[in-house]
Design a binder for this molecule. Structure first.
Ligand SMILES: [Zn+2]
Length: 411
């Protein structure tokens, strides 16, 4: 059977009909709709002859045996956010199914090929993203905390996953799935506006951003808005405002895709008749390079101290969360460039702002790369998420080419 990218687009529409409604995709992990989507996927793969296995973390694997037991992995996720888009996560899987069909028809590939449907990439119900892939990668270190998590209806995470055959205490046993993995490929919609703004259908993902998240608190003095002269104020919001604008300069100075966001400011007392005493700022900084990320962070810290001094206020930093940048494999990046070039005539490399299952696999030391296909208007996690049929078909072709190249290179 030769590759039929049109069939992938038709199957994506079929899945949308089956598991979506007028508000978008409803395949939230650990729900009935999610289970029915997994069953639907199973029925698509069975005729190909790939064998199914559900691992201890609920990941759904389909294995096509090759000449070697070492495996090339292709991954995606069929779960969605509530009212999600029709492509996020499932494009990867259905393109992978199409590649499996083509390979199965040509006889045993040089490496075993495994398609994996990661369980609960989105973390929509329990607020824990990358559940299945982090278990398989061995980086799930928060099982104690996960035991206490509940959804909006008060259902505990261990009970919800148990309904789908997963014992949280044994989830890390999924690690054995990555033994013998030679490489990992993932195709995904971009979920951002970069490829569309460049007029390109496809891109090669350099890796996922490192993230530094901090709570920055400026402290001044509450004082009467009427009786306190302008030159005698210690206004915490002035420090926050200066920092917010300086972030643009810092990101521009560091460059290479740097992004900084002040996602929220809470002021106290927060009344119209008082100078602001405290301003709590939520700061998010991202970069693909650890050195530049550290540089951005220290620039922001220095700027905040300078502004605090100018305003006669104090500043305090508290870390909320951070993750290191995860660069993808150089050899696979070169193969991905070739595949994209052959299919669309131009290749462009770009970092990924969002985290993906691929980041977990790469952290586990397995050579990894991702392809992005253009997202119209850069929208995702909404029913407005879309990509043209033409670009979806190019994406399937690019994944197929990349698979062939990886099978040769890693055999
Ligand atoms: Zn996704």
């Amino acid at each position: 059977m030769s590759l039929s990218p049109e069939r992938t687009v038709a199957e994506l529409r079929e899945l949308r009909e089956l598991t979506g409604d007028e508000n978008g995709a409803q395949r939230v992990a650990w729900t009935e709709t999610w289970a029915s989507a997994r069953q639907w996927l199973r029925e698509k793969v069975v005729p190909i002859g790939a064998e199914e296995e559900i691992d201890e973390a609920g990941n759904q694997w389909f294995t096509l045996p090759g000449a070697s037991e070492r495996a090339l992995l292709i991954g995606g996720h069929i779960d969605s956010v509530p009212n999600g888009g029709w492509l996020d996560g499932c494009l990867n899987l259905l393109a992978g199914v199409e590649v499996l069909r083509r390979l199965a028809d040509e006889g045993a590939p040089p490496l075993t090929v495994r398609l994996v449907n990661w369980a609960d990439e989105e973390g929509a119900r329990f607020g824990r993203s990358l559940f299945g892939s982090s278990a398989a990668a061995g980086s799930m270190t928060d099982q104690d905390e996960l035991r206490g998590r509940r959804d909006a209806d008060g259902v505990a995470l261990p009970d919800a996953v148990a309904q789908h055959g997963v014992d949280l205490d044994r989830a890390l046993e999924a690690r054995k799935q990555l033994e013998g993995a030679a490489a990992y490929l993932e195709l995904h919609i971009e979920q951002g506006p970069v490829l569309e703004s460049l007029g390109l259908p496809l891109g090669v993902v350099l890796g996922t951003f490192g993230v530094e998240r901090h709570l920055v608190t400026f402290r001044g003095q509450a004082a009467h808005a009427g009786s306190t002269p302008m030159d005698q104020r210690r206004d915490a919001l002035a420090g926050a405002a200066k920092l917010e604008l300086e972030l643009r300069e810092i990101a521009a100075r560091v460059g290479r895709g740097a992004v900084c966001t002040m996602g929220g400011v809470v002021t106290k007392p927060g009344i119209v008749t008082s100078v602001v005493e405290t301003a709590e700022c939520l700061l998010d900084q991202r970069h693909l390079d650890a050195t530049w990320l550290a540089e951005m962070l220290s620039n922001a810290e220095a700027a905040s101290r300078k502004f605090a001094h100018e305003e006669g206020i104090e500043v305090e930093w508290q870390k909320i969360w951070s993750i290191e940048p995860i660069p993808f494999d150089d050899r696979l990046l070169a193969l991905a460039d070739e595949a994209v070039l052959e299919v669309s005539g131009t290749s462009h490399r770009l970092p990924s702002g969002p985290l993906h299952d691929a980041a977990e696999v790469a952290r586990a030391g397995i050579p990894t790369v991702m392809l992005f296909v253009q997202s119209l208007r850069g929208l995702s996690h909404t029913k407005l998420e879309d990509t043209s049929d033409e670009h979806l078909e190019l994406a399937v072709q690019a994944l197929d080419r990349l698979t062939t190249k990886a099978l040769e290179a890693f055999a």
